[in-house]
Design a protein around this ligand. Structure first.
Ligand SMILES: Nc1ncnc2c1ncn2[C@@H]1O[C@H](COP(=O)(O)OP(=O)(O)OP(=O)(O)O)[C@@H](O)[C@H]1O
Ligand SMILES: [Mg+2]
Length: 359
């Protein structure tokens, strides 16, 4: 049985449906990311698990116990809120150790756990400061340390690293994930940062307008998006409108702007109007074996790769070329493009995304 179960959870505010019937199992020790755009219902979902928002329908089970109507402080859940409120009148160490003190953890052990947590978030030596003497990113890290120090069975993190600079965030992804695994803390991480979701989680729930559009491993979420929304939200992709001509066991033959593409359908039923997708990094510049020709309209250097936009008869295609040394041709030049059919994906244009009752 899963450690945390959401059964038929929905949340309505008046006639607005913020969450529409979510079923979700989170396994013990798992880190699950809720990933989605602003307003899709991530915080609402987390707050229902934490107990600060009560669901309109459904039940929440924690370790087999029905906690749907249990008070937040009874649930034994660690939470880092999107607005990481610290106690302003307490030092950093006081904030981090507060919960442990409440729990009557002895002073020596408390001090050790506070020091460990502060060192994890790179704030060793700042224990004596007050929140107002810290930067936004430092305060956010105190909030993370405060939750970690409690070693809760379930940890809820709402955009916990949104105020950290890119480099520190990358380090924290790896370290937080390591400690979460080591302590076996079941964790739900809310984020709209795809890299954060990809690098930290066992599974990603891609949310869209109050429903879970896809629930899978990070690899599958990226490589096998199940809905048009998931295709375009996670990473960049090229979408080409087309029409299914034929379908055999493995592939769909799709007509796209006068060209026929053979696209693996992965057992999905696709018919009629579809979109064919290909990721920019799966399109290569080619000479002899080009499938398509086009003209480079933009060329941008981002360090590890070049991002090109190429005008073709299938429309404008984005191409990402790793920086192997030689720059690609300049803007205005004609180039050939190639790809492998296996890298194409196809989804019916009106694939159900389960969105109901949304403005
Ligand atoms: N108390 C409330 N009353 C009415 N509507 C609400 C309330 N709280 C949230 N909502 C609405 O519910 C939807 C989901 O909000 P939620 O805070 O869960 O989004 P989110 O996915 O966390 O977004 P963000 O990434 O911006 O934090 C939004 O459209 C929001 O306006
Ligand atoms: Mg939110």
């Amino acid at each position: 049985m899963a450690f945390l179960t959401l059964q038929g959870i929905s949340k309505r505010y008046g006639d607005f449906t913020a969450i529409e019937h979510i079923d979700l199992d989170v396994e013990r020790g798992e880190l699950l990311a809720l990933l989605g755009p602003s307003g899709c219902g991530k915080t609402t979902t987390l707050q229902m698990v934490a107990g600060f928002v009560s669901p309109t329908t459904g039940r929440i089970l924690l370790d087999g116990r029905d906690i749907t109507n249990e008070r937040p402080e009874k649930r034994g859940i660690g939470v880092v809120f999107q607005s990481y409120a610290l106690f302003p009148h307490m030092t950093v160490a006081g904030n981090v150790g507060f919960g442990l003190e409440m729990r009557k953890v002895r002073r020596k052990e408390r001090e050790e756990r506070v020091a460990d947590a502060l060192s994890l978030v790179r704030l060793k030596g700042l224990g004596h400061r007050y929140p107002k003497e810290l930067s936004g990113g430092q305060r956010q890290r105190v909030a993370i340390a405060r939750a970690i120090a409690m070693e809760p069975e379930l940890l809820l993190l709402d955009e916990p690293m949104s105020n950290l600079d890119a480099k520190l965030r990358e380090e924290m992804h790896i370290e937080l994930r390591a400690i979460q695994k080591r302590l076996g803390i079941t964790t739900i991480l809310v984020t709209h940062d795809q890299v954060e979701a990809m690098t930290m989680s066992d599974r990603i729930a891609v949310m869209h307008r109050g429903v879970i559009a896809q629930l899978s491993t990070p690899y599958d979420a990226y490589e096998r998006p199940a809905t048009p929304f998931a295709s375009t939200f996670l990473g960049r992709t090229n979408a080409m409108a087309g029409e299914v001509l034929r379908r055999n066991q493995r592939c769909a033959e799709v007509a796209v702007a006068g060209t026929t593409l053979h696209v693996p359908h992965e057992g999905r039923h696709v018919d009629g109007a579809v979109h064919v997708y290909i990721r920019p990094e799966k399109v290569h510049l080619a000479n002899g074996d080009a499938r398509l020709r086009g003209r480079i309209v933009t060329r941008v250097f981002v360090g590890n790769q070049w991002l090109l936009e190429v005008d073709t008869e299938l429309g404008k295609l984005r191409v990402a070329q790793p920086n192997h040394g030689a720059p690609p041709p300049e803007e205005g030049h004609e180039v050939g493009l190639a790809w492998t059919d296996d890298d194409l994906r196809v989804l019916t244009q009106d694939s159900p995304e389960g969105a109901h009752g949304h403005a």
